[in-house]
Design a protein around this ligand. Structure first.
Ligand SMILES: NC(=O)c1ccc[n+]([C@@H]2O[C@H](COP(=O)([O-])OP(=O)(O)OC[C@H]3O[C@@H](n4cnc5c(N)ncnc54)[C@H](O)[C@@H]3O)[C@@H](O)[C@H]2O)c1
Length: 347
Protein backbone atom coordinates (compact mmCIF):
# COMPACT_ATOMS: atom_id res chain seq x y z
CA UNK A 1 0.00 0.00 0.00
CA UNK A 2 2.96 2.31 0.56
CA UNK A 3 3.46 2.61 -3.21
CA UNK A 4 -0.22 3.32 -3.87
CA UNK A 5 -0.60 6.78 -5.41
CA UNK A 6 -3.71 8.54 -6.63
CA UNK A 7 -2.67 10.43 -9.77
CA UNK A 8 -4.50 13.73 -9.55
CA UNK A 9 -4.89 16.95 -11.57
CA UNK A 10 -6.29 20.34 -10.61
CA UNK A 11 -8.42 22.22 -13.14
CA UNK A 12 -8.51 25.97 -12.38
CA UNK A 13 -5.67 27.14 -10.17
CA UNK A 14 -7.02 30.42 -8.79
CA UNK A 15 -7.73 31.12 -5.14
CA UNK A 16 -9.37 27.76 -4.31
CA UNK A 17 -7.21 25.76 -6.73
CA UNK A 18 -4.07 26.91 -4.92
CA UNK A 19 -5.62 26.18 -1.51
CA UNK A 20 -6.58 22.67 -2.59
CA UNK A 21 -3.21 22.12 -4.25
CA UNK A 22 -1.36 22.86 -1.03
CA UNK A 23 -3.61 20.56 1.01
CA UNK A 24 -3.86 17.52 -1.26
CA UNK A 25 -0.15 17.75 -2.05
CA UNK A 26 0.47 16.81 1.60
CA UNK A 27 -1.50 13.54 1.31
CA UNK A 28 0.79 10.48 1.38
CA UNK A 29 -1.28 8.59 -1.22
CA UNK A 30 -1.69 11.44 -3.70
CA UNK A 31 0.59 12.58 -6.48
CA UNK A 32 -0.38 15.78 -8.31
CA UNK A 33 0.70 15.23 -11.89
CA UNK A 34 -0.80 18.19 -13.73
CA UNK A 35 -2.79 21.41 -13.68
CA UNK A 36 -4.90 23.32 -16.23
CA UNK A 37 -5.69 27.01 -16.24
CA UNK A 38 -6.33 29.56 -18.97
CA UNK A 39 -4.10 32.14 -17.28
CA UNK A 40 -0.52 32.17 -18.63
CA UNK A 41 0.58 34.04 -15.50
CA UNK A 42 -0.57 31.15 -13.30
CA UNK A 43 0.84 28.47 -15.58
CA UNK A 44 4.23 30.22 -15.75
CA UNK A 45 4.36 30.43 -11.95
CA UNK A 46 3.45 26.75 -11.64
CA UNK A 47 6.19 25.81 -14.14
CA UNK A 48 8.74 27.98 -12.38
CA UNK A 49 8.11 26.79 -8.81
CA UNK A 50 6.70 23.26 -9.16
CA UNK A 51 9.18 20.94 -10.71
CA UNK A 52 7.75 18.15 -12.85
CA UNK A 53 4.13 19.36 -12.92
CA UNK A 54 2.60 19.22 -16.40
CA UNK A 55 0.75 22.43 -17.24
CA UNK A 56 -2.08 22.87 -19.75
CA UNK A 57 -3.96 25.92 -20.99
CA UNK A 58 -6.91 23.72 -21.97
CA UNK A 59 -8.45 21.18 -19.57
CA UNK A 60 -9.55 19.03 -22.56
CA UNK A 61 -5.93 18.48 -23.50
CA UNK A 62 -5.08 17.64 -19.92
CA UNK A 63 -7.87 15.07 -19.68
CA UNK A 64 -6.92 13.56 -23.06
CA UNK A 65 -3.19 13.33 -22.41
CA UNK A 66 -2.76 12.57 -18.70
CA UNK A 67 -3.33 9.18 -17.07
CA UNK A 68 -5.42 10.15 -14.04
CA UNK A 69 -7.36 8.68 -11.14
CA UNK A 70 -8.90 11.93 -9.89
CA UNK A 71 -9.35 15.64 -10.51
CA UNK A 72 -10.25 18.65 -8.40
CA UNK A 73 -12.33 21.24 -10.28
CA UNK A 74 -11.84 24.86 -9.17
CA UNK A 75 -12.86 26.79 -12.27
CA UNK A 76 -15.67 29.35 -12.20
CA UNK A 77 -18.92 27.40 -11.55
CA UNK A 78 -20.40 27.53 -15.07
CA UNK A 79 -17.53 25.25 -16.24
CA UNK A 80 -17.90 22.58 -13.54
CA UNK A 81 -20.46 20.54 -15.51
CA UNK A 82 -18.50 20.21 -18.72
CA UNK A 83 -15.27 19.31 -16.93
CA UNK A 84 -17.01 16.75 -14.71
CA UNK A 85 -18.86 15.08 -17.59
CA UNK A 86 -15.64 14.61 -19.53
CA UNK A 87 -13.95 13.20 -16.43
CA UNK A 88 -16.82 10.71 -15.99
CA UNK A 89 -16.38 9.50 -19.57
CA UNK A 90 -12.79 8.69 -18.69
CA UNK A 91 -13.61 7.00 -15.37
CA UNK A 92 -11.99 9.73 -13.26
CA UNK A 93 -13.11 10.48 -9.67
CA UNK A 94 -14.12 14.13 -9.16
CA UNK A 95 -14.03 16.64 -6.35
CA UNK A 96 -15.79 19.78 -7.60
CA UNK A 97 -15.93 23.11 -5.88
CA UNK A 98 -19.41 24.34 -5.01
CA UNK A 99 -22.01 25.17 -6.23
CA UNK A 100 -21.08 22.21 -8.52
CA UNK A 101 -23.19 23.34 -11.50
CA UNK A 102 -25.39 26.35 -12.12
CA UNK A 103 -28.38 24.21 -13.04
CA UNK A 104 -30.11 21.60 -10.87
CA UNK A 105 -31.05 19.45 -13.90
CA UNK A 106 -27.43 19.18 -15.00
CA UNK A 107 -26.48 18.49 -11.40
CA UNK A 108 -28.99 15.62 -11.22
CA UNK A 109 -27.64 14.21 -14.50
CA UNK A 110 -24.07 14.27 -13.17
CA UNK A 111 -25.06 12.70 -9.86
CA UNK A 112 -26.74 9.81 -11.73
CA UNK A 113 -23.75 9.28 -14.05
CA UNK A 114 -21.20 9.22 -11.23
CA UNK A 115 -23.36 6.91 -9.11
CA UNK A 116 -23.88 4.56 -12.07
CA UNK A 117 -20.13 4.45 -12.79
CA UNK A 118 -19.34 4.07 -9.07
CA UNK A 119 -16.96 7.03 -9.22
CA UNK A 120 -16.20 9.01 -6.08
CA UNK A 121 -17.98 12.36 -6.35
CA UNK A 122 -17.75 15.16 -3.83
CA UNK A 123 -18.53 18.88 -3.66
CA UNK A 124 -16.71 21.51 -1.60
CA UNK A 125 -19.45 22.27 0.93
CA UNK A 126 -16.75 22.44 3.51
CA UNK A 127 -19.02 23.13 6.52
CA UNK A 128 -20.06 19.48 6.42
CA UNK A 129 -16.50 18.67 7.57
CA UNK A 130 -16.35 21.29 10.33
CA UNK A 131 -16.27 19.65 13.78
CA UNK A 132 -18.66 22.23 15.28
CA UNK A 133 -21.34 21.77 12.63
CA UNK A 134 -20.90 17.99 12.83
CA UNK A 135 -21.48 18.20 16.58
CA UNK A 136 -24.59 20.34 16.02
CA UNK A 137 -25.90 17.69 13.61
CA UNK A 138 -25.23 15.00 16.18
CA UNK A 139 -27.11 16.97 18.88
CA UNK A 140 -30.09 17.55 16.58
CA UNK A 141 -30.23 13.90 15.49
CA UNK A 142 -30.03 12.69 19.10
CA UNK A 143 -32.86 15.03 20.06
CA UNK A 144 -30.69 16.91 22.58
CA UNK A 145 -32.77 20.09 22.05
CA UNK A 146 -36.00 18.15 21.52
CA UNK A 147 -38.00 18.67 18.35
CA UNK A 148 -36.70 21.35 16.02
CA UNK A 149 -39.26 24.14 15.67
CA UNK A 150 -37.49 26.99 13.86
CA UNK A 151 -34.01 27.99 12.70
CA UNK A 152 -31.94 30.75 11.15
CA UNK A 153 -29.01 30.16 8.78
CA UNK A 154 -26.76 33.15 8.11
CA UNK A 155 -23.59 33.78 6.16
CA UNK A 156 -21.56 36.97 5.93
CA UNK A 157 -18.38 37.85 4.08
CA UNK A 158 -16.51 40.82 2.65
CA UNK A 159 -16.30 39.31 -0.86
CA UNK A 160 -17.66 42.37 -2.73
CA UNK A 161 -17.07 45.67 -0.94
CA UNK A 162 -16.79 48.12 -3.80
CA UNK A 163 -18.68 48.87 -6.98
CA UNK A 164 -18.35 46.03 -9.47
CA UNK A 165 -17.81 46.88 -13.10
CA UNK A 166 -19.39 43.63 -14.26
CA UNK A 167 -16.08 42.27 -15.55
CA UNK A 168 -15.54 39.17 -13.38
CA UNK A 169 -17.42 35.85 -13.29
CA UNK A 170 -18.64 36.77 -9.80
CA UNK A 171 -20.82 39.51 -11.35
CA UNK A 172 -22.62 37.13 -13.72
CA UNK A 173 -25.26 34.64 -12.60
CA UNK A 174 -24.80 32.80 -15.90
CA UNK A 175 -21.18 32.15 -14.91
CA UNK A 176 -22.12 31.12 -11.37
CA UNK A 177 -21.60 34.50 -9.71
CA UNK A 178 -23.86 36.39 -7.30
CA UNK A 179 -24.28 35.99 -3.57
CA UNK A 180 -26.78 33.13 -3.88
CA UNK A 181 -24.50 30.76 -5.83
CA UNK A 182 -21.28 31.90 -4.23
CA UNK A 183 -22.05 32.44 -0.56
CA UNK A 184 -25.66 31.56 0.27
CA UNK A 185 -25.06 28.10 -1.22
CA UNK A 186 -22.97 27.30 1.89
CA UNK A 187 -25.73 28.51 4.24
CA UNK A 188 -28.40 26.58 2.29
CA UNK A 189 -26.30 23.43 2.22
CA UNK A 190 -25.88 23.72 5.99
CA UNK A 191 -29.69 23.79 6.34
CA UNK A 192 -30.00 20.68 4.15
CA UNK A 193 -27.27 18.99 6.20
CA UNK A 194 -28.61 19.88 9.66
CA UNK A 195 -32.38 20.18 9.26
CA UNK A 196 -33.22 18.70 5.83
CA UNK A 197 -34.31 20.06 2.48
CA UNK A 198 -37.21 22.54 2.78
CA UNK A 199 -40.54 21.71 1.13
CA UNK A 200 -41.27 25.32 0.20
CA UNK A 201 -39.31 28.54 -0.31
CA UNK A 202 -41.10 31.86 0.12
CA UNK A 203 -40.56 35.54 0.91
CA UNK A 204 -37.31 35.88 -1.02
CA UNK A 205 -35.56 39.23 -1.44
CA UNK A 206 -32.43 39.68 -3.55
CA UNK A 207 -30.60 42.96 -3.00
CA UNK A 208 -27.77 44.54 -5.00
CA UNK A 209 -25.39 46.67 -2.97
CA UNK A 210 -22.26 47.02 -5.12
CA UNK A 211 -22.72 44.52 -7.95
CA UNK A 212 -23.94 45.61 -11.36
CA UNK A 213 -25.62 42.41 -12.52
CA UNK A 214 -26.16 40.17 -9.50
CA UNK A 215 -27.47 40.21 -5.92
CA UNK A 216 -25.13 40.92 -2.99
CA UNK A 217 -27.61 39.92 -0.28
CA UNK A 218 -30.45 37.43 0.02
CA UNK A 219 -33.20 36.80 2.55
CA UNK A 220 -35.61 33.90 2.27
CA UNK A 221 -37.98 31.75 4.32
CA UNK A 222 -37.97 27.95 4.28
CA UNK A 223 -41.10 25.97 5.20
CA UNK A 224 -41.46 22.24 5.96
CA UNK A 225 -44.54 20.03 5.79
CA UNK A 226 -43.83 18.89 9.38
CA UNK A 227 -44.24 22.48 10.65
CA UNK A 228 -40.55 23.49 10.94
CA UNK A 229 -39.75 26.91 9.52
CA UNK A 230 -36.52 28.81 9.08
CA UNK A 231 -34.92 31.86 7.55
CA UNK A 232 -31.87 32.48 5.41
CA UNK A 233 -29.96 35.75 5.77
CA UNK A 234 -26.83 36.22 3.66
CA UNK A 235 -24.70 39.23 2.70
CA UNK A 236 -21.35 39.03 0.87
CA UNK A 237 -20.80 42.79 1.11
CA UNK A 238 -20.52 43.01 4.88
CA UNK A 239 -17.06 44.31 5.64
CA UNK A 240 -17.61 44.01 9.39
CA UNK A 241 -16.65 40.33 8.90
CA UNK A 242 -12.94 39.69 8.34
CA UNK A 243 -13.47 36.09 7.20
CA UNK A 244 -16.47 34.28 5.68
CA UNK A 245 -18.68 33.34 8.63
CA UNK A 246 -21.58 30.89 8.88
CA UNK A 247 -23.97 31.15 11.80
CA UNK A 248 -26.78 28.80 12.63
CA UNK A 249 -29.46 29.15 15.30
CA UNK A 250 -31.80 26.23 16.00
CA UNK A 251 -34.70 26.55 18.45
CA UNK A 252 -36.12 23.29 19.75
CA UNK A 253 -38.72 22.13 22.27
CA UNK A 254 -36.00 21.35 24.86
CA UNK A 255 -33.36 23.98 24.14
CA UNK A 256 -31.58 26.19 21.66
CA UNK A 257 -28.30 26.00 19.72
CA UNK A 258 -26.26 28.97 18.49
CA UNK A 259 -23.20 27.97 16.45
CA UNK A 260 -20.60 29.23 14.03
CA UNK A 261 -17.43 27.55 12.67
CA UNK A 262 -15.63 28.19 15.96
CA UNK A 263 -18.04 27.32 18.75
CA UNK A 264 -21.46 26.32 20.06
CA UNK A 265 -23.60 27.91 22.72
CA UNK A 266 -26.37 25.59 23.75
CA UNK A 267 -29.21 26.43 26.10
CA UNK A 268 -30.74 23.37 27.81
CA UNK A 269 -34.11 23.26 29.56
CA UNK A 270 -32.82 20.29 31.57
CA UNK A 271 -29.54 18.61 32.47
CA UNK A 272 -28.28 16.00 30.01
CA UNK A 273 -25.48 14.19 31.77
CA UNK A 274 -25.05 11.66 28.95
CA UNK A 275 -24.23 14.57 26.63
CA UNK A 276 -22.22 16.43 29.26
CA UNK A 277 -24.62 19.40 29.11
CA UNK A 278 -26.11 21.16 32.12
CA UNK A 279 -29.38 23.07 32.52
CA UNK A 280 -29.01 26.61 31.17
CA UNK A 281 -26.19 27.82 28.92
CA UNK A 282 -23.20 25.66 27.90
CA UNK A 283 -20.29 26.69 25.69
CA UNK A 284 -18.23 24.37 23.50
CA UNK A 285 -15.23 25.68 21.59
CA UNK A 286 -13.75 24.14 18.45
CA UNK A 287 -10.54 23.61 20.43
CA UNK A 288 -12.49 21.33 22.83
CA UNK A 289 -13.69 18.93 20.15
CA UNK A 290 -11.68 19.20 16.93
CA UNK A 291 -10.13 16.17 15.25
CA UNK A 292 -6.55 17.10 14.33
CA UNK A 293 -5.53 17.10 10.66
CA UNK A 294 -2.02 16.48 9.34
CA UNK A 295 -1.81 19.77 7.41
CA UNK A 296 -3.64 23.00 8.24
CA UNK A 297 -4.77 25.62 5.71
CA UNK A 298 -7.73 27.97 6.40
CA UNK A 299 -9.40 25.54 8.86
CA UNK A 300 -9.30 21.83 9.66
CA UNK A 301 -12.40 21.25 7.56
CA UNK A 302 -10.60 22.15 4.32
CA UNK A 303 -8.09 19.37 4.92
CA UNK A 304 -10.69 16.94 6.29
CA UNK A 305 -12.83 17.22 3.14
CA UNK A 306 -9.98 16.52 0.70
CA UNK A 307 -8.52 13.71 2.81
CA UNK A 308 -12.01 12.17 2.85
CA UNK A 309 -12.06 12.36 -0.97
CA UNK A 310 -8.68 10.59 -1.16
CA UNK A 311 -9.73 7.97 1.42
CA UNK A 312 -12.93 7.21 -0.55
CA UNK A 313 -10.82 6.60 -3.70
CA UNK A 314 -8.38 4.39 -1.82
CA UNK A 315 -11.06 2.39 -0.03
CA UNK A 316 -14.35 1.99 -1.88
CA UNK A 317 -16.18 0.72 1.23
CA UNK A 318 -16.06 4.17 2.87
CA UNK A 319 -19.32 6.11 2.53
CA UNK A 320 -18.69 9.16 0.38
CA UNK A 321 -19.95 12.35 2.11
CA UNK A 322 -21.03 15.63 0.54
CA UNK A 323 -21.79 13.99 -2.79
CA UNK A 324 -23.06 15.33 -6.10
CA UNK A 325 -26.52 14.13 -4.92
CA UNK A 326 -26.25 16.32 -1.78
CA UNK A 327 -25.15 19.29 -3.89
CA UNK A 328 -28.06 18.68 -6.28
CA UNK A 329 -30.45 19.07 -3.35
CA UNK A 330 -28.79 22.39 -2.52
CA UNK A 331 -29.17 23.51 -6.14
CA UNK A 332 -32.87 22.57 -5.99
CA UNK A 333 -33.28 25.04 -3.12
CA UNK A 334 -31.28 27.69 -5.02
CA UNK A 335 -33.55 27.18 -8.00
CA UNK A 336 -36.61 27.60 -5.75
CA UNK A 337 -35.12 30.85 -4.36
CA UNK A 338 -34.63 32.34 -7.83
CA UNK A 339 -38.11 31.20 -8.92
CA UNK A 340 -39.73 32.63 -5.79
CA UNK A 341 -38.02 35.97 -6.34
CA UNK A 342 -39.06 36.08 -10.02
CA UNK A 343 -42.68 35.23 -9.18
CA UNK A 344 -43.21 37.08 -5.90
CA UNK A 345 -40.23 39.29 -5.07
CA UNK A 346 -40.66 42.12 -7.57
CA UNK A 347 -43.04 45.10 -7.54
N1 LIG B 1 -15.48 26.27 -0.60
C1 LIG B 1 -15.14 27.51 -0.43
O1 LIG B 1 -15.03 27.99 0.69
C2 LIG B 1 -14.88 28.38 -1.64
C3 LIG B 1 -14.32 29.64 -1.48
C4 LIG B 1 -14.08 30.39 -2.63
C5 LIG B 1 -14.41 29.88 -3.89
N2 LIG B 1 -14.98 28.64 -3.99
C6 LIG B 1 -15.36 28.08 -5.29
O2 LIG B 1 -14.17 27.72 -6.01
C7 LIG B 1 -14.37 27.95 -7.41
C8 LIG B 1 -13.27 28.88 -7.89
O3 LIG B 1 -13.32 30.07 -7.14
P1 LIG B 1 -11.99 30.95 -6.93
O4 LIG B 1 -12.28 31.89 -5.84
O5 LIG B 1 -10.80 30.07 -6.85
O6 LIG B 1 -11.99 31.73 -8.32
P2 LIG B 1 -10.75 32.34 -9.09
O7 LIG B 1 -11.32 33.28 -10.08
O8 LIG B 1 -9.72 32.81 -8.11
O9 LIG B 1 -10.11 31.07 -9.83
C9 LIG B 1 -10.68 30.47 -10.96
C10 LIG B 1 -9.54 29.96 -11.83
O10 LIG B 1 -10.08 29.23 -12.93
C11 LIG B 1 -9.34 29.58 -14.08
N3 LIG B 1 -10.12 29.29 -15.29
C12 LIG B 1 -11.09 30.05 -15.88
N4 LIG B 1 -11.53 29.43 -16.99
C13 LIG B 1 -10.85 28.25 -17.08
C14 LIG B 1 -10.86 27.17 -18.02
N5 LIG B 1 -11.67 27.18 -19.09
N6 LIG B 1 -10.01 26.14 -17.81
C15 LIG B 1 -9.17 26.12 -16.74
N7 LIG B 1 -9.11 27.13 -15.85
C16 LIG B 1 -9.95 28.17 -16.01
C17 LIG B 1 -9.03 31.06 -13.91
O11 LIG B 1 -7.94 31.48 -14.72
C18 LIG B 1 -8.69 31.10 -12.41
O12 LIG B 1 -7.32 30.85 -12.18
C19 LIG B 1 -15.78 28.48 -7.56
O13 LIG B 1 -16.65 27.43 -7.86
C20 LIG B 1 -16.10 29.05 -6.18
O14 LIG B 1 -17.48 29.02 -5.90
C21 LIG B 1 -15.19 27.89 -2.90
Amino acid sequence: MADFKIKLAIIGVGRMGITHYSIINSHPYVKITSVADTSSLILNLMKKYLNGIHTYDDYNKLLDQEVLDAIIICTPPSLHYQVAIKAAEKGIHVFSEKPFTTDNYKARELAAIFEHKKLVNQVGYVNRFNDIFRTVKNYIEKGVIGNVIRFKSEMYSRTITKTEEGKTWRDSRENGGGAVFEVASHAIDLVNFLIGKPDKVTGTSLTSIYSKNVEDAVNSTFLYKNGISGTLNVNWSDESFRKPTNKIEVFGSQGKILADQHGIKIYMKNNSSENNLREGWNTIYITDIFKPVPFYVRGNEFTAQLYHFAECIKNNTIKNNCTFRDATNTLDVIDAIFNDFELNGKF
